[in-house]
Design a protein around this ligand. Structure first.
Ligand code: ADP
Ligand code: MG
Length: 391
């Protein structure tokens, strides 16, 4: 068991908190502050326990000097200050005397945020010198960045090895609790819905879920590699040729656990304006591609879901960004929103679909980590959590 906030004494201690402030931005404005909101309980806990709080996070992908102009965490500091109703000191560097002095001047209960950790090249390389440096600024480390817990970077993993003590924050605790419980001790039937574009991304999770779930419903682009493996012609649909054999082996191992679409909405082109029509699996025209699950499949999936007591959903059923191919995703999302069951969303695009439809409140839990929740469900250890001190 990893240490949690209750296991550490924060009184007057300098505490580095790794947050996931990797928020979506449009023209320099935060379009969804969910990730900031989700970490507030940890920050408030530390304020109440008289810690000197040093926050850090990455934001976006930093490749060039130009990227740095658009990826400053300053906007996050402003937003956070509004949400906390308290001043947040923003330091526009990641190293050096300006940062060191600001941290040493902190009073108990004050909050400081320093600049994007990825402005340091050593961050994603998990550079030991950088990790040691950040650790040297503080006494304790709290990791509450679930969204990046599957990455071993200097601020998510390395730093934990060089502080006096460490623990996970309330968000990580909640994520592990809800997703962990659903997998280890689920109310059954447990149904997993796996969709999205690529089989190769989600192969690992399907493999592990075959041992845990009662049914695994497949949708989205990845369904066609399975349908091909079953001997169907899939026209111009998405196919990962090198995964056909693997798909066959899963189908053989799964008996009737793995449930595939029986019909698809097919289109001539990958476009919302394209001609479209529903076809059963054995009738798909060679010049068309499946871009959504069809009406018969929706019926079938709804009838499986109506008895479910736990549902984990990762990945849309079709190209839901285009309104003509969003019907399947919307229908499944609506069905889940009205279920009397534990419902968990673990994927960025699925969460976006639920939000778009106004159903976010109807789910038990929407994970802040797409990749992290997938790796956790695969049964992999998350390095950002492994590095934290044990109880
Ligand atoms: P999540 O973020 O929820 O884990 P993914 O990132 O795995 O989901 O997949 C989402 C993407 O899959 C979307 O961009 C969607 O357009 C695409 N997709 C879904 N169905 C199809 C399909 N039939 N053909 C091509 N792409 C698809
Ligand atoms: Mg995605």
């Amino acid at each position: 068991m990893k240490k949690t906030l209750n296991d550490l004494d924060f009184n007057n201690k300098k505490v580095l908190v790794r947050c996931d402030f990797n928020v979506p931005l449009k023209d320099g404005i935060i379009t969804d502050d969910n990730r900031i909101v989700q970490v507030l309980p940890t920050i408030k806990y530390l304020i109440e326990h008289n810690a000197k709080i040093v926050l850090c996070s990455h934001l976006g992908k930093v490749k060039t000097e130009e990227d740095k102009k658009n990826l400053s965490l300053k906007v996050v500091a402003t937003k956070l200050s509004e949400l906390l109703n308290q001043k947040v000191i923003f330091i526009d560097v990641t190293k050096g005397s300006k940062l060191e002095m600001a941290i040493n001047n902190l009073e108990a209960g004050q909050v400081l945020l320093f600049e994007n950790t990825r402005f340091e090249l050593g961050e994603t390389k998990n550079d030991a010198e950088l990790a040691k440096y950040w650790a040297s600024l503080v006494d304790l480390y709290v990791n509450d960045a679930f969204g990046t817990a599957h990455r071993a970077h200097a601020s998510t993993e390395g730093v934990a090895h060089y502080v006096n003590d460490s623990c996970v924050g309330l968000l990580i605790e909640k994520e592990l609790d809800i997703i962990g419980n659903a997998l280890e001790n689920p109310k059954r039937p447990l149904v997993a819905i796996i969709g999205g574009a690529k089989v190769s991304e989600k192969i690992g999770v399907i493999d592990n879920l075959l041992n845990i779930a009662d049914k695994i419903i497949i949708g989205g682009g990845m369904a066609y590699t399975f349908l091909k493996a079953m001997g169907y012609e899939i026209g111009a649909s998405l196919l990962e040729e090198d995964k056909i054999e693997l798909a066959k082996s899963y189908l053989a191992k799964a008996n009737d656990k793995l449930v595939l679409p029986i019909d698809s909405i097919c289109a001539k082109e990958f476009s919302n304006d394209s001609f479209k029509e529903a076809y059963d699996n054995d009738n798909m025209p060679s010049d068309m591609m499946g871009l959504d699950i069809g009406p018969k499949t929706i019926d079938k999936y709804q009838s499986i879901l109506k008895d479910a007591k736990t549902v984990i959903w990762n990945g849309p059923m079709g190209v839901f960004e285009m309104s003509n191919f969003a019907t399947g995703t919307n229908a499944i999302c609506e069905c889940l929103a009205n279920l009397d069951a534990i419902t968990i969303i673990g994927g960025g695009d699925s969460a976006a679909a639920a939000k778009q439809l106004g159903y976010s409140d109807k789910f038990t839990h929407i994970s802040t980590g797409g990749g992290a929740s997938l790796e956790f469900m695969e049964g992999k250890k998350l390095p950002g959590i492994e590095a934290i001190a044990n109880k």
